[in-house]
Write a protein that binds this ligand. Structure first.
Ligand code: ADP
Ligand code: ASP
Ligand code: MG
Length: 413
């Protein structure tokens, strides 16, 4: 007997018809005598609806109460699905994060899992066929409900698979696997059969929302092999695994993130400690700075340019205004509509010329590069947001990733 963890995202549990497809997926391992832990997201649109509702009540709602509110989406899904399972004579029950418990820190809205009581879950499963666990949620030391950040049900599933030492961890979604880029914006995207943890980490952190980045960090840390596949067809999806279990290609995928803003501090004092002051003040507000470029000029001044998520722009500007006299800059410039486009591949480690190929491809389409950053396995260009789709398709083609057939052939199956 095996233990299988299956996670289903929002579009997979959107209504009764979709939940019947989920039921079919769950019945397969059951028919082989296996036990199943099902992790569910809220029905699609529900988390956004709840977030918007809270904003009607208060412009800056209390973070702990926000987590109590948004976690209810997953409660509805697990209860409804358990009702469906039980109506079929399947021994099942729903469990919320605090009932497991899935222990997290108290960073409301972006909590991190610190512990899961695997033994208790195994005990619960003794008398059951299926345990239906609410994704996205946990509880802190004070037993307050926490949530794990957008897309957090992926992390719940992988963390549960690790804690339970499950034999299989399947992430079911609305596309047939991880593609060379988002198949919803590039019809020539190809499904990838196997992707290394490090590549998937870069893809997720550069915007490919098919897996939440923390779920990949968990998978890598605990060596959980993750199978990303579609709820709506039967074909095998993508295996996310160790690098040595796959053939290295130069570039495996193109990721994008449209929600970026660029800030420049013009004519900052060029002296030790300035960057430390600027970025410590921003970090104190838990704002993530990504790309950073500094260009010293001859007059003892420097321009300091960096990116932050667009949602954090206003708060970052307020922090910087407060530093004006300490840091001594002349002007604060910002640009709200920037996007990152990245080429990612473990094969880059041993090859040169990848960056120049990306720059050439963008240049041929007349797309200006605003900033560049690279790592061992990634080249990222910041561009104007309005060129995102064009840039993704252009780089996808330039790195030979285009396929002949339509990316989403199995979606309507
Ligand atoms: P779920 O609700 O099942 O968690 P998400 O919407 O979070 O699903 O993630 C699936 C979506 O991720 C796809 O519909 C697709 O638009 C997007 N996506 C972005 N990049 C990729 C990629 N490289 N491969 C597959 N899907 C991607
Ligand atoms: N419902 C949450 C969200 O929309 C978590 C998830 O779907 O993974 O972000
Ligand atoms: Mg998701």
């Amino acid at each position: 007997m095996s233990l299988v963890v299956q996670k289903f995202g929002g579009t997979s549990v959107a209504n009764l018809e979709c939940m019947r497809q989920v039921l079919a997926k769950v019945k397969r391992p059951l028919s082989q005598g296996d036990k199943v832990v099902v992790v569910l997201s809220a029905m699609s649109g529900e988390t956004n609806r709840l977030l918007a509702l809270a904003k009607e009540w208060a412009s800056n709602p209390d973070p702990a109460e926000m987590d109590s509110l948004v976690s209810t989406g997953e409660q509805v899904s697990v209860a409804l699905f358990s009702i469906l399972l039980k109506s079929q004579g399947i021994r099942a029950r729903s469990v919320l994060g605090f009932q497991v418990p899935i222990r997290t820190n108290c960073a409301f809205g972006k909590a991190r899992i610190v512990d899961i009581d695997g033994d208790k879950l195994h005990e619960m499963l003794e008398d059951l066929d299926v345990l239906v666990v609410a994704g996205f949620q946990g509880c802190d030391e004070q037993n307050r409900i926490t949530t794990l950040g957008r897309g957090g049900s992926d992390t719940s599933a992988v963390a549960l698979a690790a804690a339970l030492k499950a034999d299989v961890c399947e992430i079911y979604t609305d596309v047939p696997g991880v593609f060379t880029t988002d198949p919803n914006i590039c019809s020539t995207a190809r499904k990838i059969d196997r992707v290394a943890y490090d590549e998937m980490l870069e893809m997720a952190s550069m915007g490919a929302k098919v897996l939440q980045i923390r779920s990949v960090e968990f998978a890598k840390k605990y060596n959980v092999v993750v199978h990303v596949r579609s709820t709506f067809c039967d074909e095998p999806g993508t295996i996310v695994c160790q690098e040595d279990q796959m053939e290295a290609v130069l570039v495996s995928g193109i990721a994008y993130d449209k929600d970026q803003a660029r800030i420049t501090l013009v004519h900052v004092e060029d002296r030790p400690g300035v960057s430390a002051e600027v970025f410590s003040a921003i970090a104190e507000k838990k704002i993530l700075v990504d790309m950073i470029v500094q260009n010293p000029s001859k007059d003892g001044k420097t321009d300091l340019t960096f990116t932050v998520p667009r949602a954090d722009l206003d708060q970052t500007l307020r922090v910087l205004e407060g530093l004006k006299y300490e840091v001594g800059f002349k002007e604060l410039r910002y640009d709200k509509h920037a996007a990152k486009v990245s080429a990612i591949g473990v094969g880059m480690r041993n090859h040169s010329g990848v960056a120049s190929k990306a720059f050439r491809a963008l240049a041929e389409e007349g797309i200006n590069i605003l900033m560049i950053s690279t790592s061992e396995i990634k080249v990222t260009c910041l561009i104007e947001e309005k060129y995102t789709e064009l840039a993704v398709r252009t780089m996808h083609k330039a790195f030979g990733l285009d396929s002949e057939t339509n990316a989403q052939s199995c979606k309507s199956a």
